[in-house]
Design a protein around this ligand. Structure first.
Ligand SMILES: [Zn+2]
Length: 160
């Protein structure tokens, strides 16, 4: 799990539940930039993988012949403009919800209630930012969005 004391991004922020709005937005920026870098590497690695399959029961993602561990972050509904954290999703298996619950530690770091609120109004940019912060906190290597007709599922990807 993430060690904020050794993290080049987190180290600059106050410890324990006390970010100001300005600090929070700087934290989001840093996580966004970090994800951009991670994503470039991850995309290269999975380039050409046209078949994908995720399994929330065992937290795995198969892309072509590559297999990764995942943490479900949440779902964004473009129709309703809402975000639902995976830990709050009654449709998901306990394995996925338990893994996702670790993202709530962002509340103890930032003090922002968005990380403990079950469902919230959100734009797709918010969904991307929530995922960037989750990926930072979980030390994940990238983001995988599962295409669908309904809500989009955001998955934090880990090394196998
Ligand atoms: Zn950090």
């Amino acid at each position: 799990m993430h060690n904020s004391a050794n993290c080049p991004i987190c180290r600059g922020f106050p410890v324990g539940n006390s970010f100001s709005d300005k600090e929070f937005s700087a934290f989001v920026d840093a996580c966004r930039n970090e994800l951009e870098t991670k994503q470039e590497i991850f995309q290269k690695r999975i380039a050409g993988c046209d078949r994908w399959l995720y399994d929330l029961a065992d937290n795995s993602l198969t892309l072509g012949t590559l297999r990764f561990r995942i943490t479900a972050v949440g779902t964004f509904s473009p129709e309703y403009e809402t975000w639902l954290w995976a830990w709050a999703n009654p449709d998901y298996p306990a394995t996925a919800r338990e893994a996702s619950r670790r993202i709530q530690s962002l509340y103890s770091i930032t003090g922002f209630r968005v990380f403990t609120a079950e469902g919230i109004e959100a734009t797709s940019a918010d969904a991307q930012d929530f995922s960037a912060m989750a990926i930072h906190q979980l030390d994940s290597i990238g983001l995988f969005k599962s295409p669908s007709d309904g809500p989009t599922l955001y998955l934090a990807v880990h090394e196998p």
